[in-house]
Design a protein around this ligand. Structure first.
Ligand code: C5P
Length: 286
């Protein structure tokens, strides 16, 4: 039976602004997504029928709870195909860490199934299907530097910010996204950071200006349940990072360095032994 290997890259959020709670329980957001080279590796193999999902870690479900499983279900239903697939996910991206690990697996499985079954697809139609799985799954279909609105599914592709050297630090603490959003509501945070200025900066396709107000509104609620975020930022503050911020709903913190060797030095001397730490690169639309 035919098989295929694909990469499923993680993302970071260069900025995230919460613009209000909607009637459907979701929050209206404005964010800038950026793909990074940290990626899960997924193997897909055709089966005569049924969906089987296996993971390299026992921490993830293998049934309908798994977002990659959901993507496969949608693929077979949408295309009226009687076949099946076996999916093996080599998890390299930390789970529930603000890096879209589950979402990117779902998007990659959807892409790969079209290739495996030799079917054409339209990205914009596929994004609509993927929005059923989760708010940032449509973005993960192609990645790159993207401005997202709505609950995170309305996308506008931006010029790539260029290849940057990034340090990723994730403490051993899983963050449930809904909890962070409801904590955000309870905290009644007043935000007034100028998102349009950030967009102008990236759209102008000039050098990214990290002195602008690149912020994440979910950082305050996330810090409330996870002290590690502040501790990690305190360590990064003493290094030569150009910029650093929490990603998504956390707890991952990323830091941008002028060159790879600086980032690697920080990683090599990292004092907190239980953190997941990697030096990666920003990547363009795939
Ligand atoms: O869309 P997704 O399944 O990833 O969202 C998980 C949960 O996070 C939602 O059920 C909702 O509670 C919260 N969320 C939100 N606003 C968003 C995205 C997610 O409130 N824009």
């Amino acid at each position: 039976m035919k098989e295929l290997y694909v990469n499923a890259p993680a993302k970071i959020n260069l900025a995230l602004k919460v613009a209000g709670l909607r009637d459907d329980g979701y929050h209206e957001i404005k964010t800038i997504f950026q793909s990074i080279s940290l990626a899960d590796r997924i193997k897909l193999k055709k089966r005569s029928g049924g969906i089987v999902v296996k993971n390299s870690t026992v921490e993830l479900p293998t049934d309908e709870e798994n977002l990659a499983y959901q993507a496969a279900e949608i693929f077979f239903a949408e295309n009226d195909i009687a076949g099946g697939v076996e999916v093996y996910i080599q998890k390299n991206i930390p789970i529930a860490a603000g890096l879209a690990g589950g979402s990117t697996d779902a998007a990659a499985v959807m892409r790969a199934l079209y290739d495996l079954y030799e079917l054409e697809y339209d990205c914009s139609e596929l994004r609509t299907l993927l929005a059923q799985i989760g708010s940032d799954v449509p973005y993960c279909l192609e990645g790159g530097t993207v401005y997202a609105q709505g609950r995170g599914e309305k996308l506008e592709f931006l010029p790539f910010i260029g290849e940057k050297d990034i340090l990723i630090v994730t403490p051993q603490f899983c963050i449930p996204t809904p909890e962070i959003y409801s904590l955000y509501d309870q905290m009644k945070i007043k935000n007034n950071f100028d998102f349009d200025k950030l967009l102008q900066n990236i759209k102008a396709d000039e050098k990214i200006n990290w002195d602008l107000d690149y912020k994440n509104d979910l950082e305050a609620p996330a810090k409330k349940i996870c002290q590690d975020i502040k501790d990690i930022k305190d360590i990064i503050k003493k290094t030569a990072a150009e910029f650093y911020l929490m990603s998504g709903s956390g707890p991952t913190v990323f830091a941008v360095y002028k060159d790879r060797s600086r980032a690697e030095k920080v990683a090599a001397r990292w004092p907190r032994k239980n953190d997941f730490i990697r030096v990666v690169k920003t990547i363009d639309r795939y």
